[in-house]
Design a protein around this ligand. Structure first.
Ligand SMILES: Nc1ncnc2c1ncn2[C@@H]1O[C@H](COP(=O)(O)OP(=O)(O)OP(=O)(O)O)[C@@H](O)[C@H]1O
Ligand SMILES: [Mg+2]
Length: 254
């Protein structure tokens, strides 16, 4: 079996007396898309924050290819290949869509986030940026300021920026939340494409059951911060305990 790219060992965080993520041990492999489900407040986003470094664990460890990342900052973890969808605060709103992607490509190439660079290098970086632009179907809005994009295109731009960083681990937290039904399929197609790359590990928090069915290779269930179930989608969906704690609340959202 392929060794895991990402491992959490007894990963735990307490807020005061509340254990939001409770000793979660789980391994994720390249070529696998794992959907994380669970009721509101189950700890899904907090688990992501612990993996990407936005929150520091109370105890337990996060390992990427066997390297302990637990004490590292979010940007250091990003250098190790942990890719969390960019928040809009990371955009340069006044710069164009293409320029934003080019800056992400440039940062990945170790050239920092400065705008002005020698021309030859600039051309090469732009060519790479254009590939991500096409992959995310944003070519038509390439020269618009990022801030002027409609919500659906901004979400696609977040995916483009994430792809430009070439992470090994892709983490998506409800990527279609707040999207109109005509935009959601684009972002889901992108995630499906990323999943086809057997070198990538994808973690997806998703409530919509049709999306879960379409994309999941595996489902894990969090409940009260703890790992309640882990397995093949059919098995997990069919299990009694999951139906009781999760599906009862989620079918409305499907
Ligand atoms: N920074 C924080 N300080 C205190 N409590 C927090 C903090 N972040 C999360 N929590 C608590 O941790 C628990 C898990 O929250 P989390 O946002 O991870 O749930 P979730 O599974 O992502 O829920 P949802 O489906 O609504 O997005 C909740 O009880 C929440 O109030
Ligand atoms: Mg959440």
């Amino acid at each position: 079996m392929i060794p895991p790219s990402l491992v959490t060992e007894d990963l735990t965080i307490r807020f005061g007396g509340h254990v939001a993520v409770d000793a979660v041990s789980c391994a994720f492999r390249p070529g696998e898309l794992t959907v994380i489900v669970g009721p509101n407040g189950a700890g899904k986003t907090t688990y992501f924050n612990l993996i990407s470094g936005q929150l520091a664990a109370s105890s337990g460890r996060v390992l990427k290819d066997g390297v302990d990342l637990t004490r590292l900052s979010p940007s250091a973890r990003a250098h190790h290949g942990i890719g969390r969808a960019f928040q809009l605060t990371n955009l340069f709103p006044q710069l164009s869509v293409l320029e934003n992607i080019r800056l992400a490509v440039q940062a990945r190439a170790g050239l920092g986030w400065r705008v002005f660079r020698p021309v030859a290098r600039f051309t090469e970086l732009t060519a790479r940026a254009e590939r991500y632009l096409e992959a995310t179907r944003l070519t038509a809005v390439a020269h618009q300021p990022a801030a002027a994009l409609p919500h659906g295109d901004q979400r696609k731009l977040e995916v483009a920026l994430l792809m430009a960083m070439e992470p090994d681990i892709y983490m998506f937290d409800e990527p279609t939340a707040g999207m109109s039904i005509d935009h959601a399929p684009d972002v889901l197609d992108l995630i499906a494409e990323i999943k086809h790359d057997q070198s990538k590990t994808v973690l997806l928090v998703e409530h919509k059951m049709d999306v879960v069915r379409a994309l999941a290779d595996r489902i894990i269930v969090l409940h009260n911060g703890a790992l309640l179930a882990d397995g093949a989608p059919d098995e997990v969906m069919a299990s009694r305990i999951v139906r009781d704690v999760y599906l009862g609340t989620s079918e409305d959202a499907a």
